[in-house]
Design a protein around this ligand. Structure first.
Ligand SMILES: Cc1ncc(COP(=O)(O)O)c(C=O)c1O
Length: 438
């Protein structure tokens, strides 16, 4: 694995790496971040080793990372890209390929999704000229409310693209049933949920395509990074093409003639034998990551099981404490049949409780407890989305409640019981201070 580092060089880098990765967060004294990365010396050693290869672009580490990620999730193929947003871009655009014939998504088609989420889950479909069709969410799972799914269908509906919000899987049964009935594509945004399961099967394996993020807030990191997971060999080739400039050729960087007929193709109106390396079957992107990112990701991936376990343990401990405050807050609830891989702990001030979310969050932040809102809240209320053609099915009442009354705090693996005890004490102290009335 590590090729370029041995003896004293390895030892001195290891020592620096150890110092760099040590962290001690003292509740009350130090800020408790809502998310964080847990690094060790091995992560940095892998990164340095990749630099010393001098290869720089996608290489041996990326190849191994893709294989091991696919194995972990249980997908046939994984494609490394430079962010979760890029993964969503590559995944969605893949469904616009001519190679999919009458199943190809066209501008003007509709995609079922939610407004309570991260913008880049829906940006690709908007950019392509499709119409998002928004459904409301459930307050306790923060995932799509599937009651009105049937009503969302129109002759233009082609796909469903939604995330497993904050690591809590959506109702996979209902989504897959609808997709089957109406022949829809499903893109699972698994960016916040790596390691979660639904009926014992990992999320990221249910959709036609799924996406992962390796930004430092996420379950494993490589700084910036993401992946597209896919099972279908036809889609696999299309994803690869969109990621790699739109080219028809599938040679890895630095290799040639993998297909054995590099100068023997006749495609489009090009002359026979035009170099396959420069034949483009899609209007694509370059979304590849570097081998330095992949190396750090590979090291992180070797620890994914323990990271997910610690997130679950932290979540359970915090939930145990917060149960005492259930009359004030709607607490997170795993989706039926799911074992979440929690990204954060979302609390929603109950509609009949007279508390200011803004003041509460400011109080916690002043006491060095990191907080976040549920991403964009209701995306339709964001300045960027005011002119986006869309449909809303039913109301977005719960989406708006989450936008107005919810916030989340961290449960990432770098946190311990002492951090959660402190969070709980401070929340209690605030409730006493404002003498909240039911
Ligand atoms: C659900 C979801 N999808 C996509 C993304 C985008 O990932 P990235 O930041 O790697 O672009 C995020 C980011 O956190 C996310 O939460």
């Amino acid at each position: 694995m590590i090729k370029n580092l041995d003896g004293s060089l390895r030892q001195s880098i290891e020592q620096i790496a150890l110092q760099k990765t040590q962290q001690n967060i003292e509740p009350g004294q130090d800020y408790i971040p809502v998310t964080g990365k847990l690094m060790d010396a091995q992560d940095l050693l892998y990164g340095v080793d990749a630099v010393l290869d001098g290869w720089l672009t996608t290489g041996r580490f990326a190849k191994e990372f893709e294989r091991k990620l696919a194995d972990f999730v249980g997908a046939r193929y994984a494609f490394l890209v430079n962010s979760g947003s890029s993964a969503n871009l590559a995944a969605f655009y893949s469904l616009t390929s001519d190679k999919l014939k009458d199943r190809k998504i066209k501008p003007g088609d509709e995609v079922i999704t939610v407004a309570a989420g991260f913008p880049t889950t829906i940006n690709p479909l908007i950019m392509y000229g499709c119409r998002p069709v928004f459904l409301d969410i459930e307050l306790s799972t923060f995932n799509i409310n599937t009651d009105l799914l049937e009503q969302a269908i129109s002759p233009k509906t082609k796909a469903i693209m939604i995330a497993h919000t904050l690591g809590n899987p959506f109702n996979v049964d209902a989504i897959l049933e609808l997709a089957k009935k109406y022949n829809l594509w499903v893109i699972e945004d698994d960016c916040d949920a790596l390691g979660a399961t639904y009926r014992g099967q990992k999320t990221g394996t249910f959709g036609d395509l799924s996406t992962v993020s390796f930004y430092p807030a996420h379950h494993i990191t490589m700084g910036e990074g993401g992946a597209v997971l896919v099972n279908n060999p036809k889609l696999k080739k299309i994803v690869e093409s969109f990621r790699d400039w739109g080219r028809d050729c599938w040679c890895a960087p630095g290799t040639e003639n993998t297909c054995g007929k590099r100068f023997d193709f006749q495609l489009g109106n090009l002359p026979h034998g035009y170099d396959h390396k420069y034949i483009y079957s899609h209007i694509g992107f370059n979304l590849k990551a570097t081998d330095m990112q992949a190396a750090i990701g590979l090291s992180q991936l070797s620890k994914i099981e323990q990271f997910v376990e610690k997130r679950r343990k932290n979540f359970d401990y915090l939930l145990g404490l917060m149960r005492n405050l259930e009359q004030f807050f709607i607490l997170p609830q795993p989706t039926t049949n799911a074992n979440p891989s929690w990204f954060g702990f979302l609390m929603t001030i109950r509609p009949d409780v007279n508390l200011s979310r803004a003041e509460l969050v400011a109080y916690l932040e002043e006491r060095k407890i990191g907080t976040r809102l549920l991403f964009g809240g209701n995306l339709l209320k964001q300045p960027a989305y005011s002119d986006v053609p869309h449909r809303v099915v039913g109301t977005l009442e719960n989406t708006n409640t989450i936008m107005d009354r919810a916030f989340w705090i961290g449960i990432w693996p770098g946190l311990e019981e002492k951090h959660f005890d402190y969070m709980y004490q401070q929340l209690n102290a605030y409730l006493q201070k404002v003498q909240v009335m039911l």
